[in-house]
Ligand binder design. Structure first.
Ligand SMILES: [Zn+2]
Length: 371
C-alpha cells in the first residue's frame, strides 16, 4: 500500500541514511537544540564491553559555560548474542554526592543495525531513523537531568510520562528540512561506501544527489499517518489487556483466567477486523499475548503509558516546537523546565510548567484527523 498508493520506496530512502552520518547529524541537531557538545573519546576496547562501542563525552555548550555533563555510549550494530531492537540503558545515574560534588551520568544506546561490510554499507530505513531519535530522546533525558537523588534521575519518572521526551524527538524525523539536513547519500561518502556503490553500479556515473530529493521526502511525509489509527488501536488493545490481567480479585482468579480468550476478546472489540490467523468464531485460538514482554518488565499495568505520553509529546511539539524545529531558545527552556527535573517533582507540574497551561489532548486528536 505504501509503495503503490504513496510511492514510498523505503530502500531508496535508506540510501540517504548511512548509520554513521545519520548518527553524526542527529548529535549535531541535539547539540544545537539543547546547548550541548559531544566529543568522541577514543578508549581502548578493553575499557568497553565490545570493540564496536563508541564513547562520547557530553559537555554544555561554550555559551553555557562548557561544563562536563556525562558520557554517552553507542553500541550500534547487531552481533551474535546481542539483544535485537534498540533501547537506551542508564549505566550510571547522575546525583549529588555527600560532599556536594556531582556524580555524572553515563548512558548507552544499544541498537541492532546491520553491520557495514565492504559490499554493503549500513543503511537505515526511515523507521530505524525514527527509533534512533526515540532512543536518543531517552539518552538526552538521562544525560541532562540534574537531580539530587539517583532514584529520580533522568528517565526515572512516572511511567506514563517517561516516553514523552523520546516520542517528542521523533517529530524531527518527519520534518522535510530536518530530513534533508540529516541525509547523505552513501555514494557520496569516501572509501568503503563509495567502493560498495561502485561494486553494485560499475563505473556508471553517480546520479544520486547528496541530499535526499524533495519527491522522496514528500512521499515519506505524506505516508506518516497511513495505518496509524490501526496501530494506535492495537496499542490500546494491549493496554486494556495489561490492565485486565493486573487487576483480578485474587491469585486464583488470575490462575483461572483464559489469557488467549481474554486477549482475543479485547482485540475483537477494539479492532474488529477479520485477521488471517483467526480460524473461526469464538476467542480461544492462538496466543498473541505471549509476545508482550513489556507486561512483565517495567511496564506492567503501565503499557497505556505509550499512548498517554504520546498525547503529552504531541501537545509539547505542536505547541512549542512545530513553528521552528531549530529554536534553541525553546530547546534550552525545555531542557531546563522539563528534562532537568527527571522524576524529582510531579510530572504533571513539570509539563504544565513547560506548556504554561494544563496539557491538552487536542493536538493529538488533530493528528488523527489530518485535513
Ligand atoms: Zn522509549
Amino acid at each position: 500500500m505504501l509503495e503503490k498508493q504513496y510511492s514510498v520506496d523505503h530502500q531508496e530512502i535508506a540510501e540517504y541514511f548511512p548509520v554513521q552520518t545519520t548518527v553524526a547529524g542527529m548529535l549535531k541537531m541535539v547539540q544545537h537544540l539543547f546547548g550541548l557538545q559531544f566529543r568522541q573519546v577514543h578508549v581502548d576496547s578493553e575499557n568497553t564491553w565490545h570493540p564496536d562501542v563508541q564513547v562520547f563525552s557530553a559537555w554544555d555548550s561554550e555559551e553555557l559555560g562548557g561544563r562536563f555533563v556525562g558520557y554517552l555510549y553507542l553500541d550500534l550494530y547487531s552481533r551474535a548474542g546481542k539483544t535485537s531492537g534498540a533501547a537506551n540503558f542508564n549505566i550510571a545515574p547522575g546525583f549529588v554526592n555527600k560532599d556536594s560534588t556531582r556524580h555524572f551520568p553515563t548512558t548507552a544506546l544499544l541498537c541492532s543495525f546491520q553491520r557495514p561490510s565492504a559490499q554493503t554499507p549500513s543503511l537505515l530505513r526511515h523507521d530505524e531513523v525514527v527509533t534512533l531519535f526515540h532512543e536518543l530522546g531517552h539518552a538526552i533525558h538521562d544525560l541532562v537531568a540534574k537531580v539530587r537523588y539517583a532514584c529520580f534521575h533522568g528517565t526515572e519518572t512516572a511511567v506514563d510520562f517517561g516516553e514523552a521526551p523520546s516520542q517528542m524527538l521523533e517529530y524531527w524525523c518527519w520534518d522535510p528540512a530536518q530530513l534533508k539536513a540529516l541525509s547523505h547519500h552513501y555514494s557520496s561518502l569516501p572509501d568503503e561506501d563509495l567502493a560498495s556503490w561502485r561494486d553494485k553500479h560499475g563505473d556508471q556515473q553517480i546520479l544520486s544527489p547528496k541530499q535526499i530529493p524533495d519527491h522522496l521526502v514528500d512521499s515519506l511525509v505524506k505516508s506518516k499517518h497511513v495505518n496509524q489509527a490501526s496501530a494506535y488501536l492495537i496499542q490500546l488493545c494491549i493496554a486494556l489487556f495489561d490492565m485486565t490481567v493486573h487487576q483480578p480479585e485474587s491469585h486464583a482468579a488470575i490462575q483461572h483466567m483464559n489469557m488467549s480468550a481474554t486477549f482475543n476478546r479485547i482485540r475483537s472489540h477494539v479492532l474488529p477486523l477479520d485477521t488471517p490467523e483467526r480460524p473461526g468464531p469464538g476467542y480461544e485460538w492462538g496466543h498473541p499475548q505471549a509476545r508482550l514482554t513489556h507486561l512483565m518488565g517495567e511496564y506492567d499495568a503501565g503499557y497505556y503509558a505509550y499512548l498517554f505520553s504520546k498525547v503529552l509529546a504531541a501537545d509539547m511539539f505542536h505547541t512549542v516546537f512545530e513553528g521552528d524545529l531549530e529554536d534553541c531558545k525553546e530547546g534550552m527552556r525545555y531542557r531546563r523546565c522539563l528534562l532537568e527535573k527527571g522524576g524529582s517533582q510531579d510530572e504533571m507540574v513539570t509539563v504544565t510548567g513547560f506548556l504554561g497551561r494544563n496539557p491538552s489532548t487536542q493536538p493529538f486528536r488533530d493528528e488523527l484527523s489530518p485535513a
